[in-house]
Structure formats: structure tokens, C-alpha cells
Design a binder for this molecule. Sequence first.
Ligand SMILES: [Zn+2]
Length: 685
Amino acid sequence: MILAIATATAPSLITAQDDSAKPQPVPAIQSFDISAIDTSVDPCTDFYQYACGNWLKSNPIPSDQVRWVRSFSLLRERNRYLLWQELDAAAKAPKSPLQKQFGDFYASCMDTATVDKKGFSPIKPAWDKIEGLKDTSQLPSLLSWLENNGISDGFFEFGVAQDDKDSSKQIAEIFQGGISLPDRDYYIVDSARFKTIRGQYLEHMKKMFVLAGDTPEQAEKEAAAVLKIETAMAQASLSRTDLRNPEKRYHIYTVADFDKLAPSFKWETYFKETGIGQFDTLNVGTPDFFKALSGLITSEPLDSWKSYLRWHSMHGQARLLSKPFFDETFDFFSRTLSGQQEPEARWKQCSSMTDRALGEAVGQDWVKQNFPPAAKDSMDKLVAALEKSLGDDIKTLPWMTEDTKKAAAEKLAAIRNKIGYPEKWRDYSSVKVDRSDLIGNNQHAAVFERDFNFNKLGKPVDEKEWDMTPPTVNAYYNPSFNDINFPAGILQPPFFDFKIDPAVNFGGIGVVIGHEMTHGFDDQGSQYDGQGNLREWQKPEDRKAFQERTECVANEYSGFESAPAMGDTPAQHLNGHLTLGENTADNGGLRIAYMALLDTLAAQGKTIGEKIDGYTEAQRYFLGFAQVWCQNTKDAAARQAALVDPHSPGKWRVNGSVQNFDEFGKAFNCTQGKPMYPVNSCRVW
Ligand SMILES: [Zn+2]
């Protein structure tokens, strides 16, 4: 589990239809955009609208996107273009074995003629194997066979992770899974909107089964069987909000006891045949789910399980199949569910796919081109400045006892920083890549990834490992490592720009760094100690005061609307508890980056009141921060995000954070009592 600053972009769906969109260079993104500001809005009433208003008007969402963010989306497009240049060159004339490997991978994705010619045939071996299922007692062997061949089967998530209570150990863990829609609510909430979506999902499954060669009658029966099983799985699943609570995800079982909990599935057979290796105990993240799954295996007929597996093996790879399959999949999962009008151009799809599959191979050349060594030194200094200000903040917290302040300072001192890219690159030489086998390449990459994970069982932890690839525009905190990670992809303008005044830089990358550090102390991260172990280090009275403060933030954000009422569909509010960790990190990040800016200006003999372009340094800091989050979003995507995304939408990341920080009201000379400068506000850190 890692905590990222922004939502990862969902794997895009490829289409064979459109090669017309040729790659275009994307210039560097402007760090501070005075023309984005809408001066007709009162910044004390709606700061987001003030900082972003003109940008929002003149930047509609491109037809191949569901969300368009001034910083993240533009920089992602730029980084991907730079990556494409490298992939395209490697595909045409590779200069090393590594370039040959990722060049061929990229080329196999661009070769739509071969993909189309193969049609549904790449899925046939899996379907034949599923057809041979004689009895549900053979499910463990069948599932391990599918996974050993890189084919999705639904059911559940199984792998190796650090033990929450002893971060030096790597243990097996198993979690709920098995559904295809974005969240369990889509199956179980009784509303007009979700009923409509469930009907559309059934229609989509029917069409896919017919495309694969089933009769319409057969397809109808199969779709109904899949929906019934997935609905039962959804009902037995923990909510995303509950899953954020580490104690609710931690249940150590012996393999023998796990067998007793869910006896209809021979776990020992499954574990053995996946090749993970020997273990006696594992973390069963969601026991109720496995109890229910066991009952379901007994109660549902064999044919229903065949339909379920046929569905998952096809759906999981639909984006790698010929045009009719991915067009139909795009139509439901992207157009209907999130409002995307058309797929991204093929070169974009293939660049992202290669980055996902062989990220640390393509990243090596990418950082040479795009991440100068001087950038790392500058980041080291910035991180040190932020560490100091979080330390100062802890010392002056009004609600924390001295003993707990000491413990917090120890945890802060133990945070490790990873900047840019891994010290040691992963070796992909065992991944077989064939220029004319897109689906095979993806299956080999999936098996490589799984085996890399399985191989950690019982071994020492590798603290140098990364969870994001170098060109990624994102950052994360990992509570088990107690480390903060900033890929080279985000260390670019508009986040990180040394051609601009420090205020804008601290509002950009400074707040990102502060956000990640604060994750170590949010409602989730604070349950882990400096060594990454789930262990209480706050005194009971401090934990109580902490919870009162986080509840204030949760209630506040639950009042924010992420999509307005439309016709019969009611307004969608944020889930204050799902987004609590991210909101706490945003609030803390904004405060400590501001303190670090004050220190930096003071060291240069400057003040926060000096003006550039008519704005004081304090004002430029808040504007720089807000302009990271200017974004237009499709209504369907906003509603989906409110259920599944632990991050608040840009408007509330900005307005929620500034209204909880008095220095904002002072910087813009607001009268106290205005929305952005309330008399009472929430504060954790
Ligand atoms: Zn975050």
C-alpha cells in the first residue's frame, strides 16, 4: 500500500482505428500563469475560481480525456511525448539489447494489422482450459494455471508484502477482489443511476460474449451468471473507507486455519501450484470475503463459474484484442462509466503500455535526457527545508504532549528520501518480447512482475525499490518503508522550476514534498512508527485529540460537493473519511511549505511582502499552489472519483486547504468570516 499525491491514470484502452493523430512536441509547462487568473472573482470567497477561472474557461477537456489538469495532465503529455521519441527511435534502430527489447515491445503494440488479424484467437487457449473444468474442486489448479500464464481470473488478490507489524519481514497476503465495475457500490447501491449502469453492464457483457462466438441466448445466461457472482462478491467486500484502516486489513492465519475459514477452495493446492514457495502463515486481509467466497463456490453451479472465468480472461485482456473487442470495451468502461469521448491516439497508448510493462528499462534513457544531476541536489535542499519546518511545526503544536512530540520528531527524523530514479535498475532480460505478439508480451511482463513479487517471500526487504517509474508525474509515501518518493517525472515545471521565484516553487514541489511527509502523520500513516511497524506511538490523550481534529477535517470535506444535481441524479458529495488522509496531507503540506518559504526568504534577506507581477511573494505562493490543481472534469468521471478516489477534486484540494490556513486570509487581506478565512477552521498538523 502506498499513498500517492494524485490518482494514477487508469490503463488506457487502445483502439486500432486512429493513427491519424501524429505525435506533437509539448513545450515545457509555465510555472506561474497570470493569464489563468479571473480577477472578477473575490479570492476570499472562492480562491480556486480566482486562481484558475480563466484557465478553466479556455481549456476544455480534450476528447480523449475525462479530466484535464493544468499541471498533471499537461506534464504527463509532455513526458509521454519525450518517452515516445525514445521508443520510436528504439523500435526503428535500437542501439543496445535493452533498446531492442523495449523497442520491440512498443512496435508490437503499434502493429494493429497483426493484432486485428489474430482476432479473438489469443484468448482461445484460456477458454479451452476453462471448458475442461469438471468440478469446482479443480478451481485452485485452474486459477494457478491462468495466473502462471499471465491471464486475469478475477477471484481475489494474492501476493507478497511487508508484514504490517514487523516491516523487516515479507509475508504472503490475500485480499478481496473479483469484481469488474469500479467499486462495490456499483453492485449494491439501490439508486436509479446504479440500476441503469448495472443494466448497461449486462448489455456490454452480452455483446462481448457474442463477439467471442457465443449465441445471444448463451451470452444472456452467461452475463447474468457473472453479475450474480460479482454482486455476491461485492456484498462480501469491505468498503474502501474500511480498507484504509490498517487494523481492519490485518488478520494473520495459519494456512490450516485459512482452509477451515474457506474450505471449498483447496488453498494448499493453489499456493503450491502458483510457485510462490513454502509458508505457514499469511495475512488474510479480508476474512469475511473469503468465507463468503467459499460458500459461493458451493452454492453456484459449475457453468456459472465457467462463465465467470470466461468473462474475466476476456475482459482482462480486451484492450489487447482486435478492434471490435476494444471498441466495445471502450464504449462501456470509458465512454459510459467515465465520459471519455474517444480513445487516446495509438502512439500514446503504446508509450504508456511500454512504460507500465518495462518501466525501469525505458526509464534509464529517459532520466539521462530529462533529469540533470543538479536537479537532485536542489531537491535534497528543498526536502531538508521541509523537514526542518515540519519539525518546527511539531514543536509548537498546541494539542500534543511533550512525550508524543518527541516520538513524532523521531519518526520524522527516520523518514528516508528517494529522489528521481532507482540507484539500481531492475533486470528485465528474462522477459521474452516478440515484435509480433502484443498479448504474449503483456502476459510475459505480467508473469515477470508477479514472480518478482513472489520472489520476495521470506527475503530481506529491499529499501531501494521503487513503486513508480521514472517518467511518472506523481509522488508517494510508503508507511511500511517510512519513505517519500519523487520520480523524475514530477521534478519538472510547473512543479519544480528554478528559473522562477522561490514562492512559486514552494507552492508547487514544496507542497508536494510537505504533502508526502504529512502522510506519515495522517489518520492512516500515523498508526505506523518510524520503522514502518503498525504500533501506537502516541499517548492515549494525544490520539484522542488527534482524532477529534481529523474528524473536524472529515466532516468539513463531507460537506463539499464534487458533482451537482442533474435531473433525477442527486448531487454527489465527497466522502470525508475516504479522502481524510489526502486532505490531511494537503493541509499539512500547505502549512509546512509556507514555513519553509519564510525561512528561505529570510536567509536571502527578503520578505514575504515583496511584489512580482503585482502579487506579493505570499500571494504568489498560494497562487502557485492553486494553479497546480486547475482542472476540468467530466461529470461521470467526477461521480466515479467521489466513490473510488481517496483524493479530493482540485477545487477542494485548493479551497479546503486555504480555508484551514489563516496565513491565506492574511495574504489576501480577507475579512475574517469570509468563506476562505473562516473564524473557526480545522487543523491537524
Ligand atoms: Zn497523497
